[in-house]
Design a protein around this ligand. Structure first.
Ligand SMILES: Nc1ncnc2c1ncn2[C@@H]1O[C@H](COP(=O)(O)OP(=O)(O)OP(=O)(O)O)[C@@H](O)[C@H]1O
Ligand SMILES: [Mg+2]
Length: 778
């Protein structure tokens, strides 16, 4: 460690341990910080950025710091503003996607777009894929969803249609390639990109036009990446372009144990092989955890250490052992939710833990509904962290479609969405004639509208309606050209389209709520304008305060400098991700495990700890004995979940659960079997026996109606019935019937040998009502 050179430096290093300080002080060249959860990786990134600016006098605009979510970027910026003041404004702190979007917009002409391109989300992508399938004339042998997934995967791997490797006998691959080609053509025609394009087009541009790449390489002398374990190949390619091996100043921090986005193409090898890609990279390991009490860390360690392919690391903590972990067993998901709500209230009252320091996690979004209901009933304030929910509402999507048409009328998907919203009497036939005409003439729908007189077989009334709609779009587009701020444009759009007016006139409760949401969108635009104005003032002041001049000829302008306000606002909306909702003051946070990455809470409830819920049923289907890569990823997700907790960790499970409209009796999560009993405060052989599924043995799904399949762990069911007083409940029990074979009891009517029992039998038999005495157990 070097000696601090001045007061700035000592302030920045004050509360760092030696390896952290080492990483902050590291001079030039690549650096990898690889370490477990809660060891201060994110703190190292922020401090290092502050150190670069304050002590090493690097211009803030030369620094590109990339994080995983907008929320994380926002938090990092806040921390940096606290350390650097107004200078923080000139830093580029963003997600990969938003950094790429900003650069791509500046260079749009090079990739066949104009600067006003729009960004399509999943929903838009889906309708585009369907259209591409029609245009490509492929038989509907594949689901659009599957094709879209494959296209996304290709993009994550940095492959355009021509780069796809399709074997001769790979029919499905050939179909994907064909649709992908048309899909890309449709995107370009609409002056639109999807998420994958943002990165892919930029990587291609940088590869094909070295002069363009050179400008950004010269500019960004320092690139830093948080959560590096979750980068996918196209993101890594971009990093290597901007900060090429072997000697660029690329700092990556991450934890291979927290790699949880394989399904989005993330490749954990990126972090494991970093020292090979960047030979000579300095490697720093942080081993002290500052977040969690020892019991929590031990549990997390025991779960993750079952994974075979990982960098071994063991965290230690100076923090106390802390409280025991708590295992909560419940009859069903409703009982679970009620108990979670009750415990939250108790913690707040007796444990002095604020609502905002508590979180409830679950594996899949579908689990949130019951939890929400219970929290509402118990009057526990909460926020659902599911960032897109607001922007995914139908009325908000309609409004956004109009806004996007304002800047880019060529966006066909948007035009189709609002062609008859609010209702203006344009029916399916008219729509079909319009689209057919546009297709034949090779025009965008907007252009086709202008030529509507030439559309065959269109009656005068339909002509007139299309004319009115066209007029509306022309007027809005004109307005957007000169709009001074985003809010003005949103306001104008709402007025001209009469979206709010129509909803208010309808007057139903639902319509009024929708109208409120549109006003909320206007509010979001106003907030955006304010923020933009204050940022630009701050950044001008910071520039003035600096003694040094930016060097001649280097591009130092803010990346969004010339972007018109409405467009910048739309970009922000498009890039809102799943994990982006604010964790609000005074509220418990509800979120999926994936969204919990990087966060910390005093108390964490991890719900649905049952096999096939968590680990997800997908991972249980794996053929490999230990569940293969999918199971390893679920295990990492469990590690992420556990390590979010500072002081209290509750793991909870239900004996039976309705999920996705099905009633399932799942055995306890195999991850629970890895947690030493003592951490729950159980002594050996204590009852209730902690659930111990045959965790390591290969097995089938528990509900498979198959004689060779495993059975619900009876000892566990017994234990939990003792706890929950559900004795006498035979639901879930396995039974045999001479004629129908084996099955599982779903419900009963009456008691004794003549009770009527509804049983779900295997094979084609399905649900049957039979008399109890004709059944034998097993
Ligand atoms: N040297 C330190 N002294 C005291 N507290 C620290 C120190 N380093 C980090 N912390 C605190 O420990 C907690 C975890 O830090 P941080 O979020 O940076 O860890 P991380 O390694 O990024 O975790 P994750 O792997 O979950 O992303 C934070 O509350 C942070 O403020
Ligand atoms: Mg972190």
């Amino acid at each position: 460690m070097e000696t601090p050179v001045n007061a700035h430096e000592s302030a920045l290093l004050e509360d760092l341990n030696p390896p952290q300080a080492d990483a902050v002080l590291h001079g030039d060249g690549p650096l990898l910080v690889l370490s477990g959860a809660g060891s201060g990786k994110t703190r190292v990134i922020t401090r290092r950025v502050a150190h670069l600016v304050k002590v090493r006098r690097v211009f803030p605009w030369r620094i590109l710091a990339v994080t995983f979510t907008n929320k994380a970027a926002r938090e990092m910026r806040e921390r940096l503003t606290a350390l650097l003041g107004a200078q923080a404004n000139d830093l580029v702190v963003s997600t990969f996607h938003s950094a790429a979007a900003m650069i791509l917009r500046r260079e749009a002409e090079h990739v066949g777009l104009t600067r006003s391109f729009v960004i399509y989300d999943d929903g838009d992508q889906m309708s585009l894929v369907k259209r591409a399938m029609r245009d490509a004339g492929v038989d509907p042998v594949m689901q659009p969803r599957e094709i879209l997934h494959r296209i996304d995967q290709e993009k994550n791997a940095a492959r355009l249609p021509d780069d796809m490797r399709v074997e001769n006998d790979d029919l499905r691959g050939a179909i994907v390639q064909r649709v992908y080609r048309v899909y890309q053509r449709l995107l370009r025609a609409a002056n639109a990109v999807d998420f994958g394009d943002l990165l892919l087009l930029l990587v291609k541009l940088f590869r094909d036009q070295p002069a363009v790449l050179d400008r950004y390489r010269t500019r960004f002398t320092h690139v830093l990446v948080d959560e590096f374990q979750d980068t996918n190949p196209v993101q890594y390619a971009l990093l290597r372009q901007l900060a090429p091996p072997p000697s660029a100043n690329l700092v990556v921090v991450g934890d291979d144990d927290q790699s949880i986005y394989r399904w989005r193409g993330a490749d954990v090898d990126n972090i494991l092989n970093f020292p090979l890609q960047y030979p000579g990279a300095k490697v720093v390991k942080l081993e002290q955890n500052y977040r969690s009490d020892q019991n929590i860390l031990t549990a997390a360690h025991e779960v993750i250490s079952k994974n075979t392919r990982r960098m071994a690391k063991k965290l230690w903590s100076e923090r106390p052992k802390g409280e025991n972990l708590e295992l909560m067993l419940h009859r069903d998901e409703r009982a679970e939710a009620q108990e979670v709500a009750r415990r939250i209230l108790a913690l707040q009252r007796e444990g002095f833990i604020k609502f905002s320091s508590m979180a409830v996690f679950y594996r899949t979004n579908a689990q949130s509904r019951v939890l929400e209901e219970a929290l509402r009933l118990a009057r526990v304030p909460y926020t659902l962290v599911s960032g897109r929910s607001f922007y995914d509402r139908a009325e908000v999507r309609d409004a956004s479609a109009y806004l996007r048409l304002m800047v880019n009328p060529r966006s066909d998907a948007d035009l189709l969405r609002v062609l008859n919203v609010p209702a203006r009497g344009i029916g399916d036939t008219t729509e079909e004639r319009l689209t057919d005409f546009a297709n034949e003439q090779g025009l965008s729908l907007y252009e086709a509208l202008a030529e509507r007189q030439r559309i065959p077989a269109l009656n005068a009334a339909a002509q007139k309606r299309l004319g009115g709609f066209h007029q509306l779009l022309v007027s809005l587009h004109g307005f957007a050209q000169t709009a001074k701020d985003a809010a003005g444009a949103v306001d104008q759009m709402l007025k001209e389209t009469k979206l709010v007016e129509t909803l208010v006139a309808d007057g139903s409760d639902e319509s009024l709520t929708r109208a409120e949401n549109l006003k909320e969108l206007l509010g979001a635009a106003q907030e955006f304008d304010l923020k933009r104005a204050s940022d630009s003032v701050a950044s001008a002041m910071a520039a003035e305060a600096r003694e040094e001049e930016a060097p001649e000829g280097v591009d130092s302008a803010p990346l969004t400098a010339d972007v018109p306000p409405l467009q910048a606002f739309l970009e922000q909306i498009s890039l809102v991700g799943e994990a982006d909702a604010e964790v609000r003051e005074g509220r418990v946070a509800l979120m999926t495990l994936h969204a919990a990455k990087g966060l910390e809470f005093d108390a964490v409830f991890l719900t649905g700890m049952e096999d096939s819920v968590f680990p997800h049923s997908r991972a249980l289907k794996s053929e490999e004995p230990d569940g293969g890569e999918e199971m390893a990823e679920e295990r990492r997700l469990c590690y992420v979940g556990f390590t979010r907790a500072r002081k209290r960790l509750f793991v909870s499970l239900a004996q039976c659960r309705s999920l996705f409209g099905e009633l399932k009796y799942n055995p306890p999560s195999r991850f629970l079997a890895d947690v030493p009993q003592a951490l729950f405060g159980f002594k050996e052989n204590d009852l209730p026996a902690p659930p111990r599924p045959a965790a390591m043995a290969p097995r089938r799904r528990a509900w498979d109606d198959d004689e060779t399949g495993p059975r619900v762990d009876r000892s566990y069911s017994q234990a939990s019935s003792d706890m929950e007083a559900v004795s006498g409940d035979v639901r879930g029990m396995r039974v045999r019937h001479e004629q129908f074979g084996s099955g599982r009891i779903v419900s009963t009517d009456g008691s004794g040998p003549n009770a009527k029992v509804t049983v779900e039998f295997g094979g084609d038999v399905g649900l049957k009502r039979v008399i109890a005495r004709f059944l034998i157990p097993g």
